[in-house]
Design a binder for this molecule. Sequence first.
Ligand code: DUC
Ligand code: ZN
Ligand code: ZN
Length: 466
Amino acid sequence: MRTIVKNGNVITSNDEFRGDILIENGKITGIGSFVPGEGDQVIDAAGRYVFPGGVDQHTHFSALCNSGDKDTAGYESTDAVIVGGTTTIVDYAPQDPGKGLLDSIDYRINVRAKGKTCVDYTLHAMITDIMDCIFEEVKDLPKNGISSIKCFMAYKDSPLHVDDGTLYKILRNSRDVGVTVFVHGENGELIDRFQRDCVKAGHIEPKYHAVSRPPFVEGEGTARAIYLANKAGTPLYVAHVTCQDAIDEIVKARGRNQRVMGETCTHYLTVTKKALENEDFLEASKYVCSPALRDEAELENLWNALNDGTLNAIVSDHCGIDLEMKKQGLESFTLIPNGSPGAGDRIHVIWAKGVMTGKITKQKFVQLIATNPAKINGIYPQKGDIVIGADADLVIFDPDYRGEIRWADCPNGVDYNVYEGEPLLGRVDTVLLRGEVVVENAKFVGQYGQGRFIPAKPYAAAYVGL
Ligand code: DUC
Ligand code: ZN
Ligand code: ZN
């Protein structure tokens, strides 16, 4: 059967036009004008935008989120992600206890995600235990459909922390096989000292989370990672950039032709550290994520860095940490698990706060929420744009819808939404995943388990230039 998405205002990464999209066997096989034949399924998109399904290259589903023993927001909660217009995620695969990188990836695909995920997905390897085997395993990631690995420079003395020697060796080994190294570029030593100072002075409330990790902590970590990547001769991808200090380091590196790319997150573009100052512990703790939220001026810096191409993607950094888990930090902000949910909201929030305010064009929007993440993670052109031969992952977006984000309308696997009450200036109405309608009237109508693992190719965007 053929499907024709008819008369939409099609937005791609570099164009906008009125037209039809022809779909056969789950793939886009035509873009233009098509007369429906007998038996064709026609989806009327008149008066609405049609853009590629979003690619969120930074999520943490079914993750312990460094909090110990409780796992929330498993892959079944990706129903909220696809309702929000994201059809592919690049999820983090932390090592399971006692397991290396490859076994953890295998377990994630075949046990955690299987039969549950509603979106297509690929994975980043993620070091949470510096076992001897990981250095060789990095070289085997591409054979297993994985093209990236994350190293945390923050979180001194925790299993997440990757020391400089390990980071350098991972960079060297990644270079040989085209794996992209993603770095959490905060200086763990500085944070540790500042956290101790805060607690000693009795400053234990959530707002001290931001005090203990000021922007220069991120600037230094980013600079060091860039330096090591340069010496290793390996491209670098800087995760969740929040501030001008880090942006400056990326700009300097590019000035000497070093291949460095970076992403920022929905919340760093739209929420300030004022959210951490709420007197209500639970309200404030929802916004404890790392790096920390910044002041108003940094929001503008980040929009500028996206527009001038220094930063290349907007991601959610979705972490499913419910309020019960956040309560671990009642006695001290240092014990609050870091991270906030947002994969289901990314497209709506960036449309309202980016496109509708004129901060970014519609084409830039598509690049940042779909095309670039697909390129960076080695899954383009199968994913990320409306081009012939791509998977028919499409969003039909009603620009006239007006409302507000409400957790109750689309529960996200945890018990709150950090964007509660934010305006919806347009809404994802219909979503197609590989040609199948899986969201209709903003409700999930697909199957749990419909999402497929998409093998990522090595030597992705960070290796081929900027
Ligand atoms: N880094 C992430 O990428 N996500 C959540 C917390 C963190 O430190
Ligand atoms: Zn991180
Ligand atoms: Zn993250």
